[in-house]
Design a protein around this ligand. Sequence first.
Ligand SMILES: Nc1nc2c(ncn2[C@@H]2O[C@H](COP(=O)(O)OP(=O)(O)O)[C@@H](O)[C@H]2O)c(=O)[nH]1
Ligand SMILES: [Mg+2]
Length: 236
Amino acid sequence: MNVLVVVPTYNERDNLPVLVPAVLAREGYRLLVADDGSPDGTGELADELAARWGGRLRVLHRTGPRGLGRSYLEAFRAAIDEPVDVVCQMDADLSHDPAHLPALVEAVRDHDLVLGSRYLHGISVVNWPLRRIVLSTAANAYIRAITWLPVRDCTAGFRCWRRDALARLPLDRIVSDGYSFQIEMLWEAARMGFRITEVPIVFVERREGQSKLNRSVLGEALWMPWRLRFGRRPRG
Ligand SMILES: Nc1nc2c(ncn2[C@@H]2O[C@H](COP(=O)(O)OP(=O)(O)O)[C@@H](O)[C@H]2O)c(=O)[nH]1
Ligand SMILES: [Mg+2]
């Protein structure tokens, strides 16, 4: 299977040089980095890495308003035109171990979307303070209660799509950013009747750089389930 891994970056210069060789160590894997003009120079560093890896690493330099959702949408639109079977998405901060990629890719053989889940067998997160565990599990329970999404980890950012399925998803309807983006994509996938499954991963909190989780990202994620459930979204 040909795999394209999409990675959004904002200030990840300490992490990207570790992530890139780990992903590209596998045959048939390519990378698309979507950088949002990181002030720390992650974009230039990604260009240097791209020169070293030939055509296997491409960099999308975004301009204009930054955002995780915006970056993913732009990268996914580029990804569905690529000659690949599978499109994966993961964070750049090494929270998502590339060693889990083959399990996700294997599971997508008979599914449309595979989630790398932190909540399949208890809670598999490393180095999270208790308040972050409570926040994330409570957020997931809340989202599932409102949306009835049939998965354990609705906000997972480690995912694997069949390219042809991703190409059918109505990307122009997606309005949100942050965690809310992951919820919205999952909702649209479920509405399309996609075959969705989860495989367990161990999530390790970043050691370098900073999380971009903030109040507005959280607020959007708490509001979005209601918008989805009652369909009060502007038509894209
Ligand atoms: N392109 C882009 N990437 C972002 C943005 N915000 C976060 N990211 C990336 O998204 C991934 C997850 O972000 P992170 O801050 O670690 O969120 P957390 O793991 O939930 O704390 C990382 O690879 C970040 O570099 C953004 O505005 N634009
Ligand atoms: Mg992170």
